[in-house]
Ligand binder design. Sequence first.
Ligand SMILES: Cc1cc2nc3c(=O)[nH]c(=O)nc-3n(C[C@H](O)[C@H](O)[C@H](O)COP(=O)(O)OP(=O)(O)OC[C@H]3O[C@@H](n4cnc5c(N)ncnc54)[C@H](O)[C@@H]3O)c2cc1C
Ligand code: FES
Length: 337
Amino acid sequence: MPIVHIHDSDLSFEQRGEHDTILRAGLAAGLGLSYECNSGGCGSCKFELIEGEVEELWPEAPGLSARDIKKGRKLACQCRARSDLVIAMRTDDSFRPAILPGRFLASLESRRELTPDITEFRFRGPAPARFLPGQYAMLRLEGTGAPRAYSMSNLANAEGVWEFWIRRKPRGQVTESLFATLQPGARVVLDGPYGLAFLQTEAPRDVLCIAGGSGISPVLSIARGLLSDPAMAERKLHFFFGGRTPADICGLAELQALPGFAERASFHAAISEPREGDGWDGAVGFIHEILAKVLGGTLRDFECYLAGPPPMVQATTRMLLLEQGVPAEQVHFDRFF
Ligand SMILES: Cc1cc2nc3c(=O)[nH]c(=O)nc-3n(C[C@H](O)[C@H](O)[C@H](O)COP(=O)(O)OP(=O)(O)OC[C@H]3O[C@@H](n4cnc5c(N)ncnc54)[C@H](O)[C@@H]3O)c2cc1C
Ligand code: FES
């Protein structure tokens, strides 16, 4: 097994297993390697190869700019070691996994359609499901190449249940196959947990969850974690969810079923593409605009959790950080590349 050494440090780890990338092997060894998406999109896991040979799994990954490629930089989430390596890469304790990720086979227990394009998939693994509210796992479906990241919508549990709310992407390699072929009993490989946008149980502020589309999955887990934790009983929750049309809006029934929802929480939905006769009499606009209208001026008082497509996360973080002055350490997000 190749050994990876981090340049100018005493850190090293072994790359185990056929499917491991350098990033996932390092995190599984408990190292704080810089990352966010695990999917080739964000560029947080860039490294420079000083010694050794790597296999690049997705050389065109958008996380590398033309300048990065010219300078010989690579993505740790898209490379495998082919020999012992020395790499220069950012490390920090903030990236160190609170729960070590692991890979295992899981079988589909059930699927439930939530909207015309979002379905809940519930898998059961062989051991208790250990993760923090807001984290994600990599799901590999046989015959579909690279794994994809999906955020858990449930909470850690002794029964080994991993629940995901997944949006079908037209012509998407993995989701088209998941939606078309995966039936109860089918097996997938899960690898996790990953992700840094998890519920901060020590933070003393009320909580704001902001989701676009399938971004609802991790923030539903955060809402579930908050409302079921007696240590956070004093904190309130404001949940903002944006879709394109009324048919995209989901999650209210699951939130209303949580203990204390009526007393401690509020749900705001908005759609961005209203149509004549669609029956929608709620808010219209992008969800960050609705949020600014409803809570603008008070946003500094919240711990904020966001998830969704990169443009939605970018518009919302810009509003929170630049227009509303929310300190960066109170804003936690996952961009769904
Ligand atoms: C942290 C995170 C959490 C996410 N959580 C959710 C969630 O809870 N629910 C949900 O519906 N979606 C989620 N996504 C999006 C999800 O991972 C997929 O991008 C989406 O389902 C579309 O996948 P697809 O294969 O159908 O589409 P495709 O268009 O085939 O692939 C889309 C993505 O797969 C990756 N990819 C494409 N080609 C390659 C390649 N050759 N090698 C490696 N990677 C490649 C890229 O990241 C690309 O953006 C999340 C993404 C991230 C990063
Ligand atoms: S973590 Fe590798 S590109 Fe995002």
